[in-house]
Structures are given as structure tokens and as C-alpha cells.
Design a protein around this ligand. Structure first.
Ligand SMILES: Cc1cc2nc3c(=O)[nH]c(=O)nc-3n(C[C@H](O)[C@H](O)[C@H](O)COP(=O)(O)O)c2cc1C
Length: 207
């Protein structure tokens, strides 16, 4: 069995290009991997709360000193981390909002990046604890030029951030697929969506 966790973060529940390309990836994974089980988090239809003061206190409180209040404050983080740990494959669909990721996705990240649970620190080095997973990140950009060497690459705080973050958590087998110019004309958009689908097909054939 292969467990997939899919996280969608576009605020659009229709017309979203990141979700559309994510659907293609999901369909291909289902046909190439054995007996897939898919867990989903739609961060637009079911937004997650931001972490609060008691949540952070709970993150840094040793297990034997946790109070009922702190257990409550970290219960959602526990659940989301368990969901992430259980998955062998992670799919993130991510639009660029103001050069970065949607705040809905950042809320999920703040719930799952947690010392002693998804990364450790020995006083010198950080180590990611989510090893052995594969991740696919589908990024949709309204404009173009965000790829390395492109005119806007310095403004891309989506791909480099997520690449670093996943590696920090121990997820090193990561495939990024970009769809640029999603706000351009119909023909350009169709060509770019096709190119992204082809990139997915090639990545899965090579895996
Ligand atoms: C609030 C907001 C901010 C955006 N900021 C940017 C941006 O900084 N750069 C860019 O190229 N496109 C930007 N866009 C365009 C989106 O990245 C583009 O429409 C993308 O396709 C959205 O993903 P989706 O199609 O999955 O909804 C923004 C769109 C919205 C709604």
C-alpha cells in the first residue's frame, strides 16, 4: 500500500491551475503506485488555525510536564504530524501569492514543523525526522521568469523556501513542477499546463 497526503492551498476552488495540475499528478500516481490511499487537506475549504501562545508553549514543554490545556493546544499539530508521518508520498499544490506561499499553507507548516517530532536539534545540528518520503510540489505563478536564471528569479520565495523546508524535515526526494504565466492568454496557459503535465509524466517514468 502507498499512502499519499495531498495538501491543496489555492484559495480558488474552481479555475485553480495548481489544483488542476495536481489532479493530473494524483491520477498518474494512482496508476503507477500500488494500492494507493489518499488523505487530503484542502486548506481553503477547511482552513487551519494559526498557532497560538499555548500551542507554542506545548511545543517546548517536555512530554511528562504537559498539562491538559497544553495537550488541547497541540492536539491539531499532533494530528497533522501523524498524517504527515503516515504518508510515503506528499503532494503540495501551491500558488504564488505576493511572491511567497499562501498564508493557508504557512498555517499548516507552523503546525507540522515541530522540534522533537519532525526535526531534532542536538545543540549543534538540526536533523529532519521525516526521512524516506517522496514529495511533489506543483507551483502556479501568474507571471513568468521565476525559474533559476529568469528575470524574476530573485522574487521567487515559493520554490526555494519549500525546497529548503522539506530538506530541513528530511524530505530530500522532491520534484518541483512549475506552471508559469497562468494569467496570460488562453493559448499560453494551455501550452504551459501541457508542459507541466508532460514534466510530471517524465518524472514518474524516471522514478
Ligand atoms: C492574492 C494573490 C497574490 C498573487 N501574487 C502573485 C505574485 O506575487 N506573482 C505572480 O506571478 N502571481 C501572483 N498571483 C497570481 C497567482 O500566482 C496565479 O493566479 C496562480 O495561478 C494562482 O494559483 P491557482 O491558479 O492554483 O489558484 C497572485 C494571485 C493572488 C490571488
Amino acid at each position: 500500500m502507498t499512502r499519499i497526503l495531498r495538501i491543496d492551498s489555492s484559495a480558488r476552488d474552481s479555475g485553480s491551475i495548481s489544483r488542476l495540475v495536481g489532479d493530473h499528478l494524483e491520477a498518474r500516481l494512482v496508476t503507477t503506485l500500488p494500492d494507493t490511499r489518499i488523505a487530503r487537506r484542502d486548506l481553503a475549504s477547511t482552513p487551519l488555525p494559526h498557532i497560538s501562545n499555548p500551542t507554542i508553549t506545548g511545543y517546548y514543554t517536555p512530554a511528562d510536564q504537559m498539562t491538559a490545556e497544553l495537550h488541547d493546544a497541540t492536539a491539531l499539530s499532533d494530528e497533522l504530524i501523524q498524517e504527515l508521518r503516515s504518508a510515503e508520498v506528499l503532494i503540495l499544490t501551491v500558488p504564488m501569492y505576493n511572491f511567497s506561499i499562501p498564508s493557508a499553507l504557512k498555517a499548516w507548516i507552523d503546525q507540522v514543523v515541530r522540534i522533537g517530532h519532525t526535526f531534532s536539534y542536538d545543540g549543534v545540528r538540526f536533523s529532519g525526522l521525516l526521512t524516506g518520503k517522496r514529495a511533489y510540489v506543483i507551483c502556479a505563478y501568474g507571471a513568468s521568469g521565476y525559474a533559476a536564471g529568469g528575470a524574476f528569479s530573485a522574487a521567487n520565495f515559493v520554490d526555494p523556501y519549500l525546497r529548503f523546508l522539506l530538506s530541513f524535515l528530511g524530505i530530500e526526494d522532491v520534484t518541483f513542477v512549475a506552471v508559469e504565466a497562468t494569467t496570460a492568454g488562453e493559448a499560453t496557459l494551455a501550452a504551459n499546463v501541457d508542459a507541466a503535465k508532460r514534466a510530471i509524466n517524465s518524472a514518474l517514468e524516471a522514478a
